[in-house]
Write a protein that binds this ligand. Structure first.
Ligand SMILES: [Zn+2]
Length: 539
């Protein structure tokens, strides 16, 4: 009897060890650039069954997922999803920033030590070298003794490179000057034959050889404002922001094949390339878990150009839904249904066009940051004999420390003087100094978000926040970057391998994504991770 019990116990141990060691064949991370969580519901009735609806109806929807830092931009967004931490730790404080040690601007994925591959354009000199921590994709590579394959792709270089991590097998991004995907010597000396073959098909050129018409009859776009409205940017060569957009003609005046970025065909091209990567790299076909990080960049370009209430945006999401359906079906055939773990989220969201809100009598407006910077410089020059401002960018003021030291001034006092001056502008809601951020710990609200986005070594000396619905942007289209819900609230859906259907409105943070993936895959958290596993997804 005793012996039998022992056997049963050992069987249980073996069984549970086996269960714990089971892994998906493939992880596919999908980031939709600038997607707000409410778009799922706004366009729901027009979505097909196999795209967004498949993910929501069969997966788990975390309906209250938020960014937990500012600024809510693309570079920091993609980095935070994959590192499980915020700019305070991972160091990607913006898309571009003033580099204090070099005294010049730095792009988040810039690397002057590497060279372009597949192009001669400067857009090829890119790598993840500025990212200070590991990603979940790095940890997957390390945990598998580098057997897991990790590849990142997107139209935008930063959206392909940062998610794929430091140890990626490859990252590929789009270059309009060649009309195809390129990489850098950080990853390889030359493009694989299959990438060259894909580029030779000239799909970008083909997509751009026809006008952009609406997918459905235009009168069915009842979730959007009229096609011709004053809140949209008018492309060069057009007189009104309306369908059909004559791409074969207007591309000549709008960056050639780069114009595909601000059309839904940028998503289609990304989807085509994603399927090519899966096929040619045999992703999900070995005993180790592979990881494809895909980012759809076009929704962001379209949001910036036409705004969230445009027929153009609605059409973009209806077409993206079809592209998503095709990609999900392809993943099924590649690794078998439910052998892939898929997640979908966004790198930030976006506000309504402020001019539209103003017309609805909602407090809103535009900030002229250059004007604020100029008057600050004048004030400082009068008081200190120097403008003191080396850069005013990303709502941050970078002060001239050398000058301040040479005059034996107290940095903290100068910071407070700058902050007090800036607080007087009507559109400024809040100003925090580096001194305050370095010596206090905020636990909630926009100050907490500012602190989580503040990296003492890289960030400016004074950080500004504007009023809700105030943006520094053209009076049409939209932008993002604030700590407000319209910029921080994004969709997060897990689907496929080991995921039970459901949804939750409990608040979770974008930094929880990588922690959750680490628990699901039984691997180390990224080394700077500050997020927590989402409790209702991992037991
Ligand atoms: Zn973005």
């Amino acid at each position: 009897m005793k012996k039998l019990a022992l056997i049963i116990i050992s069987a249980n141990i073996i069984f549970s060890t086996q269960a714990q060691n089971s892994k998906p064949k493939l992880v596919v991370g999908i980031v939709v650039d600038q997607m707000r969580y409410d778009y799922i519901y706004r366009y729901w009735d027009k979505f097909g069954n196999d795209g967004f609806k498949r993910l929501v109806n069969q997966g788990f929807f975390c309906r209250n997922t938020n960014y937990n830092y500012v600024p809510t931009y693309t570079g920091p967004g993609h980095t935070s999803i994959y590192t499980g931490t915020t700019p305070a730790v991972h160091g990607i404080i913006s898309n571009d920033w003033y580099d204090k040690t070099m005294g010049k601007n730095m792009y988040c994925a810039q690397d002057d030590k590497v060279n372009p591959v597949g192009t001669i354009a400067i857009e090829g000199k890119r790598s993840p070298v500025n990212m200070l921590t590991t990603t979940i994709t790095d940890e997957l590579r390390i945990s598998s003794n580098m057997k897991s394959k990790v590849i990142g792709i997107a139209l935008k270089d930063r959206s392909a490179i940062l998610p794929a991590g430091h140890t990626a097998n490859a990252a590929y991004w789009y270059d309009g000057s060649v009309g195809g995907f390129i990489t850098s010597t950080y990853y390889m000396k030359e493009l694989p034959v299959w990438v060259n073959d894909f580029n030779k098909k000239e799909l970008a050129k083909k997509y751009m050889s026809q006008p952009w018409n609406t997918l459905l009859p235009i009168e069915q776009y009842t979730e959007s404002l009229p096609d011709d409205n004053k809140y949209e940017f008018i492309a060069k060569g057009e007189t009104k922001p309306v369908f059909p957009h004559n791409l074969p003609e207007t591309q000549k005046l709008n960056g050639g094949l780069n114009m595909i970025r601000s059309t839904p065909f940028g998503n289609s091209l990304t989807k085509d390339f994603a399927m090519e990567v899966l096929k040619n790299e045999n992703m999900g076909k070995s005993s180790s878990t592979d990881f494809l990080a895909v980012s759809f960049s076009s929704p962001d370009y379209i949001g910036h150009t036409y705004g969230p209430n445009s027929v153009e945006q609605e059409d973009d999401y209806l077409r993206l839904d079809k592209d998503l359906a095709e990609l999900l079906k392809f993943i099924d055939t590649q690794v078998g249904a439910n052998n892939a773990l898929v997640f979908l989220t966004a790198d930030h969201a976006a506000p309504e066009v402020p001019n539209y809100l103003t017309d609805l009598k909602i407090p809103s407006g535009y900030v002229n940051e250059k004007k604020i910077a100029d008057s600050l410089k004048k004030y400082l020059f009068k008081n200190y004999g120097d403008t003191l401002v080396l850069s005013f960018s990303n709502q941050q003021v970078f002060l001239n420390h050398k000058f301040i030291d040479s005059k034996k001034l107290m940095l903290s006092l100068v910071e407070e003087d700058v902050a007090e001056f800036l607080r007087h502008f009507a559109e400024v809601s809040e100003v925090l100094t580096g001194n305050v951020l370095n010596n206090s710990q905020f636990t909630e609200g926009s100050r907490y978000l500012m602190q989580k986005g503040y990296n003492a070594k890289r960030s400016g000396d004074v950080l500004i926040n504007y009023l809700p619905a105030y943006i520094d942007y053209a009076p049409y289209g939209t932008t993002h970057g604030s700590p407000y819900s319209y910029d921080t609230h994004v969709p997060l859906i897990f689907y496929g391998w080991n995921i039970k259907q459901g949804s939750s409105s409990e608040q979770v943070y974008i930094t929880d994504v990588a922690a959750t993936l680490a628990m699901m895959l039984n691997i180390q958290f990224p080394n700077g991770c500050t997020g927590k596993p989402i409790s209702f997804l991992v037991k």
